[in-house]
Design a protein around this ligand. Sequence first.
Ligand SMILES: [Fe+2]
Ligand SMILES: [Fe+2]
Length: 300
Amino acid sequence: MSPPSAVSGLAAGKETAAPGGPMRLGSGEHMNLFCRMLLDTHDPYHPAIMDWPKLEADALSRLVSLPIWDIAVQTEGRARLNVATYAEAISDPLLKEAVEMNAFEEGRHKLVLSHLVKAYGIGLAAEPPYVPPKDPEWAFMVTGFSECIDSFFAFGLFEAAKRTGFFPAGLVDTFEPVIQEEARHILFFVNWVAWHRRTMPMWRRPLFELKVLRVWLFLIFERIGIARDVGNGVQDNNFTLSGANQLGAGIDVDELIAICLSENDRRMSRYEPRLPRPSTVPALARFALRLMRRGRKDRK
Ligand SMILES: [Fe+2]
Ligand SMILES: [Fe+2]
């Protein structure tokens, strides 16, 4: 498995951004910036040679008992297919290369997870067949917005697991590139949405906004349905929710949300400052945090 080859922004005929200068969303310069962000920050690690540290018996049993492995593997498999299918229809070489890189990295996440489960003797359920989506744009958006939700909480849970010692330091280091990759993916995705809605024909825009709304509703209902299954021993799509009880054990919910917010800012701070950051999930989290803290103050 090798990543897509490099195509420079100039070779692809895009205007290049003046360093630090103003940038208009939806411009060629904008597309150049978010594609180059994804391509230039690609980490060429090889899952096959990743070092899975030997775990103490208690750390190993905590890891094995996390109810997330089946769904994590299947989510990455579906994400790869969704993103790769959308890439097929893109004509712009730079954007195509960036979306292909995104798909390559999703496939690599699946490979990393398959090495992890093998290294620690975690059994997996049989994977369902991965069927190419009928509407590649819808599938790309479902994966993108879904990652915006899951990655935000994964950033905080990963940090919480580090602080509580749930994950030993060696395992944290090995898994870190995967978590950071999701930060790049959601930054790329929200910029693609901002660029895409501004560059499509005017008549398509209301339909696109409706599609954005339908994707959010789909994801909300999917998660509500899933939340009902939590506790029934069912492995589900919402692995951040299922894993939260265990990974964040000993940390209050408001503290966990505060960690998610600070980790989100920290991970995003590494990239081109002119690119807008994912904002919906952090804004909802900030609102929830304010409500929780106000409620606590009122009870005192
Ligand atoms: Fe992924
Ligand atoms: Fe991703």
